[in-house]
Design a protein around this ligand. Structure first.
Ligand code: 13P
Length: 306
């Protein structure tokens, strides 16, 4: 079933587990992610980044594919724009059937970030879409941003941010960063930031960005501290690439469709492992009777009234 991140993450926050949020760039990866989540009976969120859609698969191609897959499974599946940064891009996502938006105003000052996040939250809610905002800034591992404590979320700001903006989920900066860390490096996550943000916001769903390379132990502890959405992208792309390489090394003449099938298996195994870490296995059972505008096939238009 196709739904939004609010529906998925409200349940996760109430029951103290996390949901895997990862990217699909083609049919094989979308099918592998949704199949793995279905087999684990776990909700799942598919992240589509702006650059990914610009450089590889446009929303016009990938969103209908994901929605078709979602219509064949009872697990909740959401499509979320990742790090939306402008009205143009957010409208592009809305026009193309996304169920959710992550608006990233984290490089603005606090007041501007709050004002812009509130603006997009109002639009999303009028469309029955979910929205995530970011407070503090999760930067790039290649720039060492994970070590810059001045970028971390200040829990004392979290309550006002959430109350003012009406966001459905809060992304926090607490020691991780996007992309690949230097070889052998494992980030030190500040779990107190997660716990304090959770307390300050009365249990708001909290997102961890830059999940790749964090290590299983950190992820388990982060979920325990209150994380409800785990973004992991680089590692799933790398698992996919490594599977292709391993298969081709083993059998350079392998049939193309067999090669694609091996890749899908590798993605499925990867996703299942992260679902194990997140505590989301079996949780799709909670969503048996959804009153869901996307599932009912109504148009997403402002002003729908019953
Ligand atoms: P990684 O690619 O480091 O896992 O980060 C993903 C992410 O946070 C997307 O928003």
């Amino acid at each position: 079933m196709y739904t939004n991140i609010k529906t998925i993450l409200t349940d996760a926050a109430e029951k103290n587990y996390a949901v895997i949020a990862t990217s699909a760039v083609n049919m094989e990866s979308a099918r592998a992610i949704i199949t793995a989540a279905s087999e684990k009976c776990a909700p799942v969120i598919i992240l589509l980044g702006q650059n990914m859609m610009h450089n590889h698969a446009k929303a016009e191609l990938i969103v209908p594919l994901i929605k078709t897959l979602a219509s064949y499974t009872k697990i909740p599946v959401a499509v979320c724009l990742d790090h939306g940064s402008s009205t143009e891009r957010i409208m592009y996502a809305i026009k193309n059937g996304f169920s959710s938006i992550m608006y990233d105003g984290s490089l603005y000052d606090f007041e501007t970030n709050m004002r812009k996040t509130k603006h997009y939250a109002e639009i999303c809610h009028a469309l029955n879409m979910g929205i995530e905002g970011e407070l503090g800034h999760v930067g790039q591992a290649s720039s060492g941003d994970n070590l810059k404590e001045d970028l971390y979320t200040r829990p004392e700001d979290a309550r006002e941010f959430v109350k003012f903006t009406g966001t459905d989920c809060l992304a926090v900066a607490c020691g991780t960063a996007h992309g690949e860390y230097p070889a052998g490096f494992v980030p030190q996550i500040n779990f107190d930031i997660i716990k304090s943000c959770k307390d300050a916001t009365n249990g708001m769903p909290i997102a961890l960005h830059g999940g790749s390379g964090s290590g299983d132990e950190n992820i388990l502890k982060a979920v325990k501290a209150g994380i409800n959405k785990i973004n992991v992208v680089t590692d799933v792309f790398n698992a996919s690439r490594d599977a292709l390489k391993a298969e081709l090394d083993k059998n350079p003449k392998i049939g193309y469709m067999d090669l694609m099938a091996r890749q899908e298996e590798a993605i499925q195994n990867f996703i299942k492992h992260w679902i194990d870490l997140s505590g989301s296995e079996g949780r799709a059972e909670n969503f048996t009777n959804p009153e869901n505008i996307f599932m009912l096939g109504k148009t997403q238009a402002v002003g729908i009234s019953e």
